[in-house]
Every structure is written in structure tokens, then in C-alpha cells.
Design a protein around this ligand. Structure first.
Ligand SMILES: Cc1cc2nc3c(=O)[nH]c(=O)nc-3n(C[C@H](O)[C@H](O)[C@H](O)COP(=O)(O)OP(=O)(O)OC[C@H]3O[C@@H](n4cnc5c(N)ncnc54)[C@H](O)[C@@H]3O)c2cc1C
Length: 400
């Protein structure tokens, strides 16, 4: 089989996450021999339960990569993106979009927003990959020789191919070797997140759509509903917490969040109070620092492995999917792997780090801005709500 100018191209993918699995499908469909090496042992190990928003850009990329049965599996499991709103701490809307404003009625399947749990998304990505997927393979290092790249795994085994793609997430071991100077930095934002299993019992404004609460004073709260569960994340500047709370247990974190949202609407207190303490955890939000182009080799990076970003714009997975679709196109069109990876890296660094910057701006704007900064943001949201052309433009731009 000849792919572009390349005969019998083989690719090793490190990491069977969202980006790595989408890439595996795309390359297999183009006739490339693919091995995906994933460190976890069981298919269910990787399945964290929270919801992912797939934007039209992500849907396009998924559609390009997936075989038709997998795409249908995705569509069957996904819900329409639902509405999205910005709320005051009294649970009134600063700006809210309902489903029909975000998803234009009659829009093509690939031009829509979707919500999907990580478990069904992974299931749709895993179907049909059995002969390419190797579980329980922890990547340690690679070595390059004679136009081939050999990956070494913790169990002593190796895999050799023409190209190696590091799709191994935010703490990428491939990145650590390829770009030892590339780091993630602490954004200064601390998030406490949890899940409430009784979404139906919540106030309608919380069960009907995803929201970001922008109070007058400090912090912010993200809320969304997926499969009958409400997911929430309370964020604020880490320096505004009295001590390091990342070691607190669930009940202590729940009490802490409630004390911080003291005068907020009872709707938010019910959301937090009825959450399962075992699901509540605190983490410092990190973000990739900018990376300048490097000399292209037969090893490259995709998704969070290169442009890890804060979750505050909901575009990390969508950007990883865009990488997978672009890399598939470049590897199947170019005359040599180096030419393909060079073109991919130039484009990916540009849009990938634009997404990083946008996610960081969102994190700071909603969670850590000053009293004056958030007053200005709230006024902008109210003005947007009142001016239909701006409102429609924003609805179309959400999550893109
Ligand atoms: C709370 C939260 C909400 C989010 N919501 C959204 C959203 O709504 N929309 C959106 O677009 N994005 C969202 N994101 C971001 C999104 O989850 C990530 O950007 C996305 O998962 C990145 O995909 P990936 O394939 O690059 O990495 P991952 O999905 O992290 O996959 C990496 C894989 O590599 C494996 N791996 C790691 N190290 C090794 C190794 N040494 N050897 C072998 N395998 C290894 C891991 O086990 C994992 O399976 C959210 C993130 C968070 C934290």
C-alpha cells in the first residue's frame, strides 16, 4: 500500500486517549499500519465520568477520522450540546443561550455542538481497534536509528515504526524526551470539583443547561448535567485559599466551598451539599507554556502532550481531535514523514497555542479577576444579551 509518496508507512502512537484513538482510526482508514500503546491495563481504567463538550470543529475532525460505524456510535451516544448560560450568584441570567441558538436547526451533523460522557466517547473511539491497541504498555523512552523509531516500554518490550506520535497527555513522557525545555506552568487558579448524582432534584436553571456563575466578589462556579448527574467546579485564585487544600478530603472540601459561596442562591448550596463526597477533589490548574518550533524529526506530539490547556474554554479535546485529523491528512498526502510532520507542527503550534491562550484568559477572567474586572465582564455579558446581532455572533462562536 502506498500512502502519499510513502510505501508501507508504519506509525506508533503512545497513548490511547481521545486524540490518540482518533488518530489511529484516521491512519488505519488511509492504509497506514498503526500500533497504539496505552499504559492502563483495562479499557475501563481510563474512563473518568465527566462530560465533554464536542464543538463543530471537534465533530468535523471526529467525522474525518472515524469509520462510519464509529461515527454513528458517537452520534447515538451524544446528546445535543444543550443550552449555556452565565449566571449571577443569585442564579439569575446575565446571558443565556438555549439549545436552538447554539445549534442552528437543520445544521449538518458535523456542524453541531454535542455533549457526551467520557465513557461513551471512549467506547465509540475504541470500537474496531482491537488489533491495533496494546494495553498495559507504559512508554519509557524512544531511540531513533536508520529512519526508524523504537519505543521502549516499562515491561521491557519495544515497538519500532517509521514515525512515533506522543499522544500521552498532559504529563507526556514523549514530550519530556523530545522537548525537555517544554513545561506546564501553574496558572494560579485552584479548582474544587465534584458530582451530584441527583440532577433532577436541582433548580431548573441548573438541570436545564451548562452554566458559569460569575459572582460580584470572587471565584466562579461551572455547572453541567450529564446522564442524570450534575458536575460542578468551583475556581478561585489559589492565593485566596487560606492554606493548600489539595490534600483535603471530600467532606472538608464540600464544607470549604459552601463557606466560600456563603450568600449565594440556595440552588448552588443544594448542588454542592448533595454531592457525593467521594467525587470531590481539588487541583491546581496548569497550562502549557509557549513552545517555539523545533527541528522536525520522526517523533512529534499531539493533544495535551503539547498544548495542554485549562478546562475553562472546553476546547482541549476538540483541539486534540483537530490534531488527529490534520496529522492524518498530512501523513497520507506528503512525500516523506519529515515533510508531513513539519507541515503538521507548523499549523498545530499556531492554532494549539491560540487555544491555550484563550483557555488561560477564560480561567483568569472568570475565576481570578478583580472586583472591577468582573464588574466589567458582567456588564459586557448583559450588553451582549441585549443586542441580538452580538448575541447571535457569540452563540455561534461558543466553544469553537
Ligand atoms: C474537568 C475537565 C473538563 C474538560 N472538558 C472538556 C470539554 O468539555 N471539551 C474539550 O474539548 N476538552 C475538555 N477537557 C480537556 C480534555 O479532557 C483534554 O484536552 C483531552 O482529554 C486531551 O486528549 P489527549 O488525547 O491529548 O490526552 P488524554 O485524553 O489525556 O489521553 C492520554 C492517554 O495517554 C496515556 N498515557 C499517559 N502516559 C503514558 C505512557 N507513559 N505510556 C503509555 N500511555 C500513556 C493515558 O493513560 C491516556 O489514556 C476537559 C478537561 C478537564 C480536566
Amino acid at each position: 500500500m502506498t500512502v502519499g509518496g510513502m510505501t508501507n508507512l508504519s506509525v506508533t502512537i503512545i497513548g490511547g486517549g481521545i486524540g490518540g484513538l482518533a488518530l489511529a482510526h484516521g491512519l488505519r482508514r488511509a492504509g497506514v499500519r498503526v500500533g497504539v500503546y496505552e499504559r492502563t491495563h483495562e479499557r475501563t481504567d481510563w474512563l473518568q465520568g465527566y462530560r465533554i463538550h464536542i464543538s463543530p470543529a471537534g465533530a468535523h475532525a471526529l467525522h474525518d477520522c472515524l469509520p462510519p460505524p464509529n461515527w454513528q456510535e458517537f452520534l447515538a451516544a451524544a446528546t445535543s450540546g444543550g443550552g449555556f448560560g452565565f449566571l449571577t450568584d443569585r442564579a439569575t441570567a446575565l446571558l443565556a443561550f438555549d439549545e436552538s441558538e447554539i445549534n442552528r436547526p437543520g445544521a449538518p451533523e458535523t456542524d453541531r455542538h454535542y455533549g457526551i460522557g467520557r465513557i461513551p466517547l471512549r467506547a465509540a473511539l475504541l470500537s474496531g481497534l482491537d488489533d491495533s491497541l496494546r494495553l498495559g504498555k507504559t512508554f519509557i523512552r524512544y531511540e531513533s536509528a536508520d529512519d526508524r523509531v523504537t519505543a521502549h516500554f516499562a515491561d521491557g518490550t519495544t515497538a519500532t515504526a517509521d514515525v512515533l506520535i506522543g499522544a500521552d497527555g498532559a504529563n507526556s513522557a514523549v514530550r519530556a524526551q523530545l522537548l525537555p525545555h517544554a513545561h506546564r506552568v501553574d496558572t494560579g487558579v485552584l479548582t474544587i470539583a465534584g458530582r451530584n448524582p441527583h440532577a433532577a432534584a436541582l433548580a431548573p436553571v441548573l438541570s436545564a443547561r451548562a452554566n458559569i456563575v460569575i459572582p460580584r466578589s470572587r471565584g466562579s462556579l461551572f455547572t453541567a448535567v450529564e446522564s442524570g448527574q450534575a458536575i460542578w467546579g468551583y475556581s478561585d485564585a489559589a492565593t485566596r485559599f487560606p492554606i493548600d487544600v489539595t490534600g483535603y478530603d471530600g467532606p472538608a472540601l464540600r464544607t470549604l466551598v459552601r463557606s466560600r459561596i456563603g450568600s449565594w442562591s440556595p440552588a448552588f448550596h443544594a448542588l454542592i451539599q448533595e454531592s457525593d463526597p467521594a467525587t470531590i477533589n481539588a487541583f491546581n490548574v496548569k497550562s502549557a507554556s509557549p513552545v517555539t518550533p523545533w527541528p522536525t524529526t520522526r517523533v512529534t506530539l499531539l493533544g495535551d502532550a503539547i498544548h495542554n490547556m485549562t478546562p475553562m474554554a472546553g476546547i482541549g479535546a476538540n483541539t486534540a481531535l483537530r490534531d488527529a485529523a490534520l496529522l492524518t491528512r498530512e501523513l497520507t498526502a506528503a512525500a516523506t514523514p519529515i515533510a508531513a510532520l513539519h507541515r503538521y507542527e507548523a499549523a498545530m503550534l499556531d492554532y494549539g497555542f491560540q487555544a491555550v491562550r484563550r483557555s488561560l484568559r477564560n480561567a483568569r477572567q472568570s475565576a481570578t479577576s478583580s472586583y472591577l474586572g468582573r464588574a466589567a465582564f458582567r456588564s459586557t455579558l448583559r450588553a451582549t444579551a441585549a443586542i441580538p446581532p452580538i448575541r447571535h455572533a457569540m452563540a455561534r462562536a461558543l466553544g469553537r
